[in-house]
Design a protein around this ligand. Structure first.
Ligand code: ADP
Ligand code: MG
Length: 205
């Protein structure tokens, strides 16, 4: 879990400018900056907290993201991570079903908070296919890394599929038809964060 959060911070930092540019096209150009600030703050909080349960680490991340990201994405990712933490309880070793449970809880948190449906051109368009793909993979007997990979691939495909959509939620919805032809920044960042989980878990036994 600590490795996932660290890898998320690294990858968000690496894609900071790309996320800024995506948000410039259909928003206010702050998504990359917001997330980079938030995950850098998470990184700072992780020092000395590595010994906590996975849920405790996720909860630290959730609180930090909520208080430091701002914009729409702060409360959305904060809620996602908090619900994911709650779904784990005091689990010490995360299995494939726990991964499905935490992704489902995260997605449900985003939907509860933002009220977006699939097709509204938001991060829900990455989270929802990720949850479905993870569930299918786990049911077929996939390992943790395989379940995460299925989720990340589906999230990235979902993010790519936001390009032609007209935004119906968030700042991009102010542009109406003019929001079509651009990727949704939050769907892209969701894909990056889930890919970070694959890369972090790949090195685990
Ligand atoms: P802001 O829009 O306040 O500037 P950000 O730029 O950080 O916040 O985040 C924008 C992203 O937040 C969008 O690309 C979209 O994925 C996500 N988003 C915005 N509103 C919603 C919503 N109601 N439900 C789900 N996701 C949303
Ligand atoms: Mg923005």
């Amino acid at each position: 879990m600590a490795d996932w959060l660290r890898e998320s911070a690294r990858v968000i930092g690496e894609h900071r400018q790309e996320l800024i540019d995506l948000d410039r096209a259909i928003g206010d150009a702050d998504h990359g900056e917001n997330l980079d600030r938030g995950f850098s703050a998470v990184l700072a909080k992780l020092d000395g907290a590595d010994s906590g349960t996975p849920a405790a680490l996720l909860k630290i991340a959730a609180m930090t993201l909520m208080s430091s990201v701002g914009g729409a994405a702060g409360p959305l990712y904060g809620t996602a991570f908090l619900r994911a933490a709650t779904s784990l309880g005091d689990t010490e070793r995360i299995g494939p079903d726990d991964v499905v449970g935490l992704l489902t809880a995260a997605r449900d948190g985003v939907v509860a908070r933002g009220k977006a449906e699939p097709g509204d051109k938001t991060m829900v368009d990455a989270w929802t296919p990720a949850v479905e793909a993870a569930g299918t993979a786990a049911m077929a007997g996939a390992s943790v890394v395989e379940v995460l990979a299925a989720a990340a691939n589906a999230a990235n495909a979902g993010a790519t599929a936001t390009e032609p959509l007209i935004a119906r939620k968030g700042r991009a919805s102010y542009l109406a038809e003019r929001s079509a032809g651009h990727l949704d920044p939050g769907a892209v960042s969701t894909g990056l964060i889930l890919q970070a989980a694959v890369d972090a878990a790949g090195g685990q036994p």
